[in-house]
Structure formats: C-alpha cells, structure tokens
Design a protein around this ligand. Structure first.
Ligand SMILES: Cc1cc2nc3c(=O)[nH]c(=O)nc-3n(C[C@H](O)[C@H](O)[C@H](O)COP(=O)(O)O)c2cc1C
Length: 188
C-alpha cells in the first residue's frame, strides 16, 4: 500500500538492531511516507545520524532543546505532525521509561505528547527479554495503547540463539501501514 503523504516519526533507541531501523526508514520512504528519525543518545553510538538523514532526506532530531529549529519544542512539533510513531528497535530501557511515563529525552517526551498510534518493536538479548520486569513493561505499554510487534527467535548479536531479535523491517512496516490505514488521512 502507498504511504504517499503520510507522516511518520521513527524513533531509534540504542541496540544493535538500530542497523535494521535504517532499512525500515528506507522502506517507508520508498512507499512515499515522510519520515523524521529521532535518535536517542545511545542509538547514535550504533548508527550515525548521517545515515538516517540521507535515507529520509530530513534532518535527524534528538535534542530536547533546539529553539532555532523547533521554537515550540521539538517534542510538540514532531508529535503534532506525526500520524504514527514507530520505535524500532525499542530497548529494555526505553520500554521501562515508556511504561513509567518518563519524559527524560526527546523520544520519551514526544511519545507523551503524541495522540496518534504508536508501534514499538522491542529488540534485546534473550535473557533480558525473558525478565519479568521487561515483560511487565511490555504488558504496560500494550495496556496503554501501544502496539507491540514482538521480537522473533534466532541468532542474536550476543552469539546465542533465542528470542529477542527485532522483527524484520517488512513486518514492522506492515504494522505501521495497518495503523495508518485505520486512521483517516489529514485534510491537505
Ligand atoms: C554493544 C551493546 C549492545 C546493546 N544492545 C542492546 C539491545 O539490543 N537491546 C537493549 O535493550 N539494550 C541494549 N544495550 C543497552 C542499551 O544501549 C542501554 O540500555 C541504553 O541505556 C539504551 O538507551 P536508550 O533506550 O535511551 O536508547 C546494548 C548496549 C551495548 C553496549
């Protein structure tokens, strides 16, 4: 399905699967969406903003305080523009902060402002994924209305087989597309 004219915020948090988020950004752009990437500080340790800027054709956001680019606050402006927010990968740390309603960085704060659908794709080590605290946070964000695209099983970057691999970009793009299909287009 074409995503022409749809506005997506892609949140990227600090896990190895951030490299797959670049493929997701490209896929969404190829389908016609306008994509703004928001990278956490940790995400920038994994994949540089230049990759996302080039793939989306837009500056990458990440700073809470950027009055020249975002006089109202980047969290307000990005949340107002987004028709869907997708966080891929979503780290254990991000899930804990989202479940608790934290507003300690740009991505967490814009999620609190967002009134559109939110899709999250967790990715982490199998032991982390199995922890009761992580599962509790996943249930909490689902109960709060976020759609979780669960991780799959297979080879993990920690050199183990297990559950925790981020869903493939195609599967996440399908969840984003469905979320947009359920939502009327904004009048232009
Ligand atoms: C090499 C390396 C790989 C990591 N991979 C993951 C991961 O896949 N999932 C995860 O939840 N945390 C992972 N972490 C830990 C996160 O980077 C850390 O919890 C960080 O605080 C996340 O911040 P953020 O959620 O704001 O991006 C990894 C850390 C390192 C050093």
């Amino acid at each position: 399905m074409s995503l022409a004219g749809r506005e997506i915020v892609l949140g990227v948090t600090g896990g190895v699967a951030a490299y797959k988020a670049a493929a997701l950004a490209s896929l969404l752009v190829q389908r016609g969406a306008g994509v703004t990437a928001v990278l956490t500080r940790a995400a920038r340790r994994f994949v540089g903003p230049a990759t996302f800027a080039a793939l989306t054709g837009r500056p990458v956001a990440g700073r809470m305080f950027d009055p020249d680019a975002h006089p109202l606050g980047a969290h307000i402006e990005l949340a107002a523009r987004a028709e869907v927010v997708v966080v891929a990968p979503a780290t254990a740390d991000f899930l804990a902060r989202a479940a608790g309603g934290a507003a300690d960085d740009l991505l967490a704060t814009l999620l609190l402002c967002a009134e559109c659908p939110v899709v999250v794709a967790p990715a982490m080590n199998a032991a982390m994924w199995a922890k009761p605290a992580v599962q509790r946070n996943v249930r909490q964000v689902e109960a709060d209305g976020m759609q979780v695209v669960p991780p799959g099983s297979g080879w993990l970057s920690c050199r183990q087989q297990g559950t925790g691999r981020m869903a493939e970009p195609e599967e996440i793009a399908a969840a984003v597309t469905q979320a947009l299909a359920d939502r009327p287009r904004r009048p232009s």
